[in-house]
Ligand binder design. Structure first.
Ligand code: NAI
Length: 265
């Protein structure tokens, strides 16, 4: 099958699609023939995405922390557009802080999006997919879920929970033909990454990227062996592979897309 028709006739829901990795995932699905329901809490960002993709992309504002809104949106999409073949959890937030200064509300907000949001969307999609005996769910987690990072306890813990949740769900639904996998990116060039660099006091994007690539033993970071920061499209490629029929025998997998930063084989 040619790459631009791989998802022809398929319907994919993407959260966090207004910018960054989510927008790259949405664009990649459209480019390969899918119809995409692009969701985000940022309605203006969604409108910008929609302006570039008048065909086969429907935007719907959605806050993934609200379980009733998620259920209502998925029900409405299935009724008015069609059955979901793919659901991709990309929405995420990062509050960086050492644990000693971590505020309860930032911990709760982090889990509300990064963990509870994944539950809400995956549950609403999986319920319907198991009835049809087919479907694929991909959660974008983080390589911070698998390796301790300073200043990232809440984020890393929320992502580790999302990874384990996705695997447990995958186990429950495997016999019903539904696959559940995670993609764990390392540093990727998006607003989230640039905000981290700004917090660290850097205004020079290239210098900040170089420091991440070279690593920093003071914070126990070994750098990025492949010598580059990921583009959002690099992460989108991995998501599309796992969502596709090319990965039909892959489930409960956690695919690292971090240029070797966590030294995984
Ligand atoms: P980003 O900050 O550029 O975009 C995140 C999107 O999620 C935004 O459009 C935002 O409006 C949306 N969002 C946030 N909370 C939401 C909510 N409650 N409901 C609906 N939408 C919501 O972030 P980026 O970099 O594109 O990250 C995407 C995912 O990849 C996140 O889950 C992030 O944790 C993960 N990731 C990013 C890395 C990076 O270096 N950029 C590295 C590892 C993981």
């Amino acid at each position: 099958m040619s790459p631009d028709t791989e998802f022809r006739g398929r319907l994919a829901l993407v959260t966090g699609a207004a910018r960054g990795i989510g927008a790259a995932v949405a664009r990649a699905f459209v480019a390969r023939g899918a119809h995409v329901i692009a969701t985000d809490r940022d309605a203006q960002g969604l409108d910008r995405l929609a302006a570039d993709h008048p065909d086969r992309l429907t935007v719907r504002p959605l806050d993934v922390t609200d379980p009733e809104a998620v259920e209502a949106l998925v029900a409405d999409v299935e009724r008015t557009v069609g059955p979901l073949d793919v659901a991709v959890n990309v929405a995420g937030i990062l509050h960086s802080s050492p644990v000693s200064a971590l505020r309860d509300e930032d911990w709760a907000a982090t889990f509300a999006v990064n963990t509870n949001g994944v539950l809400h969307v995956s549950r609403a999609a999986a319920r319907r997919m198991v009835e049809r005996g087919t479907g694929s769910i991909v959660t974008v987690a983080s390589n911070a879920a698998g390796i301790p990072r300073t200043g990232m306890a809440a984020y890393a813990a929320s992502k580790a929970a999302a990874v384990m949740f996705t695997k447990c769900l995958g186990l429950e639904v495997a016999a019903r033909g539904v696959r559940c996998n995670t993609v764990s990116p390392g540093s990727t060039d998006t607003d989230m990454q640039r905000a981290l660099w700004a917090e660290a006091g850097s205004t020079d994007r290239d210098a900040a990227a170089r420091r991440v690539i070279e690593g920093d033993l003071a914070t126990h970071r070994t750098g990025i062996p492949l010598g580059r920061i990921a583009a959002p499209e690099d992460v989108a490629e991995a998501v599309l592979f796992l969502a596709s029929d090319r990965a039909r025998h892959i489930t409960l997998h956690d695919l690292y897309v971090d240029g070797g930063a966590t030294l995984r084989a």
